[in-house]
Design a protein around this ligand. Sequence first.
Ligand SMILES: *[C@@H]1O[C@H](CO)[C@@H](O)[C@H](O)[C@H]1NC(C)=O
Ligand SMILES: *[C@@H]1O[C@H](CO)[C@@H](O)[C@H](O)[C@H]1NC(C)=O
Length: 443
Amino acid sequence: SVWIMTKDSSFPSVHTLLDKIEAASEDPVPVNQRSAKNLKSSVLYIFTSGTTGLPKAAVISHIQVLKGAAGLWAFGATAEDIIYITLPLYHSAASLLGIGGCVELGATCVLKKKFSASQFWSDCKKYNVTVIQYIGELCRYLCSQPLREGEKNHKVRLAVGNGVRNDVWREFLNRFGAVKICEFYGATEGNICFMNHTGKIGSVGRTNFFYKLFFPFDLIKYDFQKDEPVRNKYGWCEKVKKGEAGLLISKVNAKNPFFGYAGNKRHTEKKLLCEVFKKGDLYFNTGDLMVQDHENFLYFWDRIGDTFRWKGENVATTEVSDVIVMLDFIQEANVYGVSVPDHEGKAGMASLILKQSTSLDLEQMYKQVVTYLPSYACPLFLRVQEKMEMTGTFKQQKFRLVDEGFNPSTITDPLYFLDSSKKAYVLLTKEVHEMILSGKMKL
Ligand SMILES: *[C@@H]1O[C@H](CO)[C@@H](O)[C@H](O)[C@H]1NC(C)=O
Ligand SMILES: *[C@@H]1O[C@H](CO)[C@@H](O)[C@H](O)[C@H]1NC(C)=O
């Protein structure tokens, strides 16, 4: 059924919600009316690209909602705090941690329909905001705003979020004053999170013996060429040394359950690694590479598999390539993310193989991606190759392509760039490349 947030509707099959909410009792729902039987019952679905395949609906249980709602409290927020939320509510950060956290604390929530860099600090002043939620991009947009009088003149004391780069973090503190930045790490559907609290620049958290009792995790060696965890001659995975990047996996057991995805069971199974260190063990594969330093601080390194992040959103490479191969001149599309200096995340790039005796129709390509993909998922770069490289297990080889990036001076294949001001793919010349690196070209 379809419900809308109004009091009346002119469509007989569309139900209205506001009138019913207003008429509803404020008393707790009687136990016999509740559908949730225990903490493991599902409460909602959140669409996520996970790390493999197409976006899918992660099953969120009551226990995850309660854990998420404890986040603000764990970072030291109280009922007196006023929390400013500008992130989209369809992500777990804003919905579970932000809104859930406000409900849990009994704090005040200031909800903004859409993030605005120019109104951010004036809103904070106007509403006496004390806690803000961020993603890395948001901090960078704030830092690139023109300087204004009295910028430090606000009451914000905590910033809770993830993905801020070290240089942006430093600049943010210099510019906007002594805000305590609380980075956390967690996947919507995952059974692990890191936080706290020490304000160490760049780190997503610190681990110790007790933490590992509650959240058993490991960092294991990863083979970039084969795109899978390294297995030794006995078939087991191996832990990395401190200071080395490893794939973060977290143990799945009765205390740390993994609720999986709605629908096809195969999706859930693909996220799990079995027989990792011994027979019968089971781990959740986060798809994220992390480094643990000698003081046990953890740092996010990179993301593996077939997703990458751009503008704070997860891009599922399979979804993008499925849209591109619908074009009749495309034989195959290999989609991956490449680093661009001074930008968080990875910009989308598609390496294409054309069908025999066809040519690349850039106009149709542009139309196809902007029609069928959200703007953050449209590939910014195209590369036309003669033949696709495969891994030993017949997966598309991305590692070398990612490494080569989008530099026309070193790549001999034709390269194109999605120029949003021209609403078209244009040839990626050395001049265009230079403008992208210097920040003159908007991505
Ligand atoms: C913000 O705080 C000031 C001073 O405590 C108060 O006068 C003002 O009413 C507050 N604003 C809001 C929107 O609550
Ligand atoms: C987080 O770190 C602060 C110090 O920065 C400490 O006071 C607090 O107890 C820590 N919280 C947890 C849950 O470890």
